[in-house]
Write a protein of this length. Structure first.
Length: 245
């Protein structure tokens, strides 16, 4: 007598391809943001403003940067380069000061593509720390930790020059951040914007870091209150039209 066959298999979910996952992870740029030099003398001379500026730069590069990397006095630049290769780090951002006889101490910024370059060097004319910007605002907005779980959008302004060095600078800035997939990107993930704007007249590059949010426009305040509130309080009104109007 034949026995009834028992069903033992259901729909099997296709396993993710580990090779595709590995290639996607490798395509995301990762960075180290450190104080330039990292030797004993440089670590001892680092000012509190420089240390805070490094932390602000790390916040800009979130979440694909080593936020809690520790710099020791005995560390040298080659130590970070060696570790970067093992961790898949693609970019190195170095902030520091340089002594000048005519202008005194100058802030410098260097960005390097690992492991073979190129390396770009900039003189920092002026800067503002994130805490100083918030202190100057009448109604400062805190972006919250959720804003730093996704990479910022990158905007390049006036980098349309045909000169070779300007193309190199634009390529460096653009490749420091992951590319955008328009089909898969969610609007809620767009919480920050990094702007690099080039002023050809003064040969200056201005960099700004913005926190952005999505808001409804073109509707009245009362209608916006109905949309944003789960259960509106209509106790004081005889009709819902009185509340909306």
């Amino acid at each position: 007598m034949a026995h009834r066959r028992k069903k033992r298999r259901t729909h099997v979910v296709a396993a993710a391809d580990p090779e595709n996952q590995a290639s996607a992870a490798a395509a995301v740029p990762k960075s180290f943001v450190i104080r330039a030099g990292g030797g004993r003398g440089q670590a001892r001379k680092a000012s509190p403003a420089l240390k805070q500026l490094v932390l602000d730069w790390r916040a800009v590069m979130e979440p694909n940067t080593a936020s809690n990397i520790k710099e020791q006095r005995a560390n040298k630049l080659k130590d970070f380069v060696h570790v970067a290769g093992q961790l898949g780090v693609t970019h190195l951002v170095m902030l520091g000061t340089r002594e000048s006889r005519s202008h005194g101490d100058r802030m410098t910024l260097r960005t390097a593509r690992l492991p073979r370059g190129p390396t770009l060097s900039f003189n920092v004319r002026k800067y503002a720390l994130a805490k100083d910007v918030r202190a100057a605002q009448s109604r400062p907005m805190s972006p919250g930790s959720a804003a730093f779980k996704t990479a910022p959008l990158i905007v390049l302004n006036n980098f349309n020059s045909d000169e070779r060095h300007m193309k190199l600078v634009a390529s460096m800035f653009q490749n420091m951040f992951p590319p955008i997939n328009v089909q898969q990107m969610k609007l809620a993930d767009a919480r920050r914007v990094v702007l690099f704007s080039f002023d050809a007249a003064d040969s200056l590059i201005e960099m700004r870091h913005y926190s952005i949010s999505v808001k409804l426009i073109g509707i009245s305040k009362s209608v916006k209150s109905v949309i944003s509130t789960n259960i509106p309080d209509l106790n004081k009104y005889d009709d819902v039209a009185d509340y909306v109007l």
